[in-house]
Write a protein that binds this ligand. Structure first.
Ligand code: 13P
Length: 241
C-alpha cells in the first residue's frame, strides 16, 4: 500500500501570529481525518518552531521548504538539515519550480539537497514538472524524465515523496486535467526503482477539485499552495471524500 501524503506549501506567506491563527482553526478539523493520511505543513522558517510546538503530537507533520547540502558553513541565507530536525521538521520540499525559476536551483543542486535531506533524517518532497512551452512542444515526458534521471542519482527511494507540479497549473486556477495528471504520474512511477514512492499532484488544488484528484488511481496525495493558507479550505482538502 502506498502512503497518502497531503501537504500544504505556505511558500512565503504567514507571520508567526498568522500561523498560530491558522492552527487554532485547523487542528480541530482533524478529528475526522483517517489516520492513514499523512498531513504535512511546509511553513516558512520563522514559523517552524512555533508550529512544531502547537501540533500537539497529532496527525500533522512539520515540513520546511528548503535545505542545504552541508551540515554548516559559510552559506549566507541557507539552512541545514540538523537545524531543521532540531525543531521537529520531518519533511522538506526540494526542487520546487519557484526555486528552480527564481533562485538558480539546478538538477545538480536538487540532487545534493535530496541526498543531504535523507542523510539528516528528513523525507524530501521532490518537485518535478514542465512549463507551458514544454507541454505545447510535446516535451513534457522528456523533460520530466530528464529531471528524474538527474535528481534521483544515489537517492534512497524508500524515503522519498515526489510531487508532479505542472508549472502552468501553479497559482493559475488552471488545474491539470485529473486524467492527464494521473497519466503523467503513472509515467513517473514507471521510471522509479521503488513503485511504492508516494507521488502527489500539485497545481491549483482546491476544495472544488480535491475529490476528483484523489479518485485517480496513480495519485497518492497533493501538494497545495494557495488553498492551504485558509484552515477551512485545507480542512476540506485533507478530509477529501
Ligand atoms: P497552488 O496550489 O497555489 O497552485 O500552488 C501549488 C504549489 O506550487 C505547491 O507547491
Amino acid at each position: 500500500m502506498r502512503k497518502i501524503v497531503i501537504a500544504g506549501n505556505w511558500k512565503m506567506y504567514k507571520t508567526r501570529a498568522e500561523s498560530l491563527e491558522f492552527l487554532q482553526g485547523f487542528m480541530s478539523c482533524l478529528t475526522e481525518t483517517p489516520e492513514e493520511r499523512e498531513v504535512v505543513l511546509c511553513v516558512p522558517f520563522t514559523s517552524l518552531e512555533l508550529v512544531s510546538k502547537n501540533l500537539h503530537g497529532g496527525l500533522v507533520r512539520l515540513g520546511a521548504q528548503n535545505v542545504h547540502w552541508q551540515e554548516s558553513g559559510a552559506y549566507t541565507g541557507e539552512i541545514s538539515g540538523p537545524m531543521l530536525t532540531e525543531v521537529g521538521v520531518r519533511y522538506v520540499i526540494i526542487g520546487h519550480s519557484e526555486r528552480r525559476q527564481f533562485f538558480g536551483e539546478t538538477d545538480e543542486t536538487v540532487n545534493l539537497r535530496l541526498k543531504a535531506a535523507q542523510k539528516y533524517g528528513l523525507i524530501p518532497i521532490l518537485c518535478v514538472g514542465e512549463t507551458k512551452a514544454q507541454r505545447d512542444a510535446g516535451e513534457t515526458e522528456a523533460h520530466i524524465f530528464s529531471q528524474l534521471a538527474q535528481d534521483l542519482v544515489d537517492v534512497d527511494q524508500t524515503k522519498l515523496v515526489i510531487a508532479y507540479e505542472p508549472i502552468w497549473a501553479i497559482g493559475t486556477g488552471d488545474t491539470c486535467e485529473t486524467k492527464e495528471a494521473n497519466r503523467v504520474i503513472g509515467l513517473i512511477r514507471s521510471k522509479l526503482s521503488n513503485p511504492n514512492v508516494p507521488i502527489q499532484y500539485g497545481g491549483s488544488v482546491k476544495p472544488e477539485n480535491i475529490d476528483e484528484v484523489m479518485a485517480q488511481p496513480e495519485i497518492d496525495g497533493v501538494l497545495v499552495g494557495g488553498a492551504s493558507l485558509e484552515s477551512a479550505s485545507f480542512d476540506r482538502i485533507v478530509n477529501y471524500k
